[in-house]
Design a protein around this ligand. Sequence first.
Ligand code: FE2
Length: 386
Amino acid sequence: MAKDLKSVDYGLEKIFEGAQDFLPLLGTDYVEFYVGNAKQAAHFYKTAFGFQSYAYKGLETGSRDEVSYVVKQDKIRLVFTSPLNSKSPINDHIVKHGDGVKVVALWVDDARSAYEETTKRGAKSYCEPFVEKDEQGETVRAGIYTYGETVHMFVERKNYDGAFLPGYRVWESDYNPSPTGLKYVDHMVGNVGWNQMNKWVKFYEDVMGFVNFLSFDDKQIHTEYSALMSKVMSNGNGRIKFPINEPAEAAKKSQIEEYLDFYEGAGVQHLALATDDIIKTVAQLKARGIEFLPPPPQTYYDDIPQRLGEHMKVMKEDIERLQELSILVDADEDGYLLQIFTKPLQDRPTLFFEIIQRMGAKGFGAGNFKALFESIEREQAQRGTL
Ligand code: FE2
């Protein structure tokens, strides 16, 4: 019988017994982007995605070399950072990679222990534990490198009552576009180079204590033209899920290869943001100018009842409405899920967002991969990068 398919928050809680507990993670703390113009980026993410002004640091707060705007929607915090002069190392990152994710920050109870346990197991240090203080208390942060130039910061904030971090002031704005129903980071995907996937799977296993709970090879993820491989890593409580992709040999250029060419190395490919009402969220995002990948052909929607099987009985969404909005549907034994992917969010064809609504399903839409990648390939062909 169909289970209760109420949308779940962290449905994987405590199921990964193989995971190790030397690195207890409470959730995603923030995601920091290095961008060419943080002021304009923050405005875009507020306007288009409904993020709210949250915190700020810059010249007015005594930050002479860099400026950061923090925006928030439910549990999701995004930080947009730009350099204020030519000496900042942030410039080099932007020259090489374009706008992209620099820091995937993880919320922990003890940042010193997180740093010690991971560096002891081979993590390369980005910054040693440091304390920041203001009238609201203190935080401890420490960082390690993951793939490419991407960093995991451990954030300990149990002795801090302020809005974001010491050094930031609350950012109040008269311009507050309404939220679009985005709730938390469901998963975050990294693209790594040829033959690098297993190296990074091992890194997440050995250094972070994660488990590999799903794998897809190039026989499962391919189209007529291109292929890729993917392994999904999760921490023990299932709150942090990092699929890792690498390109695979095929007739034409894989979307992962296109990413690696334009990002000039490994990096974060997409953030999947969860909503409880994807139809409402996507309708609003479209009205605000967000462009999504074009819809799959009619046959994709004709086949939905067959693909969903038993879950069709509890599916609340109208298929015609899903088709109008180009939303994809997939199911696994636990339930179904709805998802859609934006086009790249900056000029280089690198980072994009996924919007996802889980109705019990714990997978990543494997049944949609072919339709999705064919859609991406049509876009690649227009860019001359297929
Ligand atoms: Fe995804």
